[in-house]
Design a protein around this ligand. Structure first.
Ligand code: BGC
Length: 368
């Protein structure tokens, strides 16, 4: 009887413990996710580029990685981060849809012991950002501004200004870089601002404050959206007098909005020629450059950004501290970073920079 009781207790004990043993065994087998990546949207070629380059770069690592898209929705972004935290990530690479809203997701990740890497766009207003992997976004704006300056002769050239979304810190950096170069050329009469009285009111100030920038960007924002860009360009052209048409110059913040704005200007018979900027070297814009419909783009080699992000993530997984050459203040902290330089591409160097380097295939484009 005594023996029987002992056996029963043993059986009960095994029955009690076995699910635990099983579940830990299972957890090992399903192998948890090590690095979670959250990107803003699939609607822009730029972020598909990043996804593809991440997939290429990760083929040969032993870490398990999952990439999720937020489809322009900060709430979805937060859910994505929570999903990845529940899968046991140790490092989060997050490109915020809305810089301020993303702070809550970063805080949750930090609470779960996850390292947070802000990717391309800076997460604002929280100390829970460990690193910022980025291009030199002020340089992007400077290069856009410089291209317009280099292609303008004489005085009173109409200048149309457009910017990115107010919810994206990069919009401020791009615009700041561009205005550093453009403001002196507006002050000396080379350019006349055509579509922003707020920018006009501040045209003699070289170093715009963030609030001043915000007031201008609020008037010329595309919200990173093709339709908003097109509608704004149409509205600007509808009220522009003849002296603000003819041969014009357009600061467009990125490729997607540049194509929408360029098409709108091209459709106006009073526009004789336009020089328009862009950024991202998106394939459709490379075709526009080859076709003479977009003047330039700023090439940001996503392969380098992806490599940097993975290296930083692996450094964290191995308990190290990534190298930093510059900090970016996000309102709560100076975030360590190592910005990557960027390069101007126009029809003169497009083949050399993008095809000869193997970034894109020659057969991806129609050449003339
Ligand atoms: C990125 C650009 C991109 C834009 C719109 C910015 O934060 O730096 O490359 O074109 O967002 O998605």
């Amino acid at each position: 009887m005594k023996v029987m009781r002992k056996v029963l207790v043993l059986v009960a004990l095994v029955a009690l413990l076995s699910p635990m043993i099983l579940s830990t065994g299972c957890a090992k087998k399903t192998s948890k996710v090590d690095i979670g990546i959250v990107l803003p949207t699939k609607d822009e070629p730029r972020w598909i580029q990043d996804e593809t380059r991440f997939q290429d770069a990760l083929k040969n690592t032993n870490y398990k990685v999952e990439i999720l898209f937020s489809q322009g929705d900060p709430a979805k972004e937060k859910t994505n981060v929570e999903t990845l935290i529940s899968k046991g990530i140790k490092v989060l690479i997050l490109c915020p849809q809305d810089a301020t809203a993303a702070a809550a997701a970063a805080d949750e990740a930090a609470k779960a012991g996850v390292k947070v890497i802000s990717y391309d766009r800076l997460i604002l207003g929280t100390p829970n950002v460990d690193y910022y992997v980025t291009f030199d976004s002020i340089e992007v704006g400077q290069k856009q501004g410089q291209y317009l300056v280099d292609h303008a002769t004489g005085k009173n050239n109409p200048l149309y200004l457009y910017a990115g979304a107010l919810s994206d810190n990069n919009s401020f950096l791009f615009f700041l870089g561009a205005s550093q170069v453009l403001q002196p050329k507006i002050a000396d009469g080379t350019f006349v601002i055509a579509n922003s009285d707020k920018a006009k009111a501040l045209q003699n100030k070289k170093d715009l404050t963030r609030d001043e920038e915000a007031s201008i960007i609020g008037q010329i924002t595309t919200n990173w959206d093709f339709n908003t860009a097109k509608n704004l360009a149409e509205a600007n052209l509808a009220v522009a007098p003849a002296n603000l048409k003819g041969n014009v110059f357009i600061l467009a913040p990125n490729d997607g909005t540049a194509r929408a704005i360029a098409d709108t200007f091209a459709a106006d018979p009073a526009i004789k020629s336009y020089v328009i900027t862009g950024q991202d070297a998106e394939k459709p814009s490379i075709q526009y450059i080859i076709d003479g419909k977009q003047s330039m783009t700023v090439f940001k080699d996503v392969r380098v950004l992806v490599k940097d992000a993975i290296n930083v993530a692996i450094t964290y997984l191995q308990g190290g501290t990534p190298e930093s050459t510059k900090t970016y203040n996000n309102g709560a902290k100076d975030v360590p970073s190592k910005p990557t330089p960027v390069q101007v591409v126009d029809k003169n160097n497009v083949k050399q920079v993008l095809i000869d380097s193997g970034y894109y295939k020659e057969s991806d484009f129609t050449w003339h």
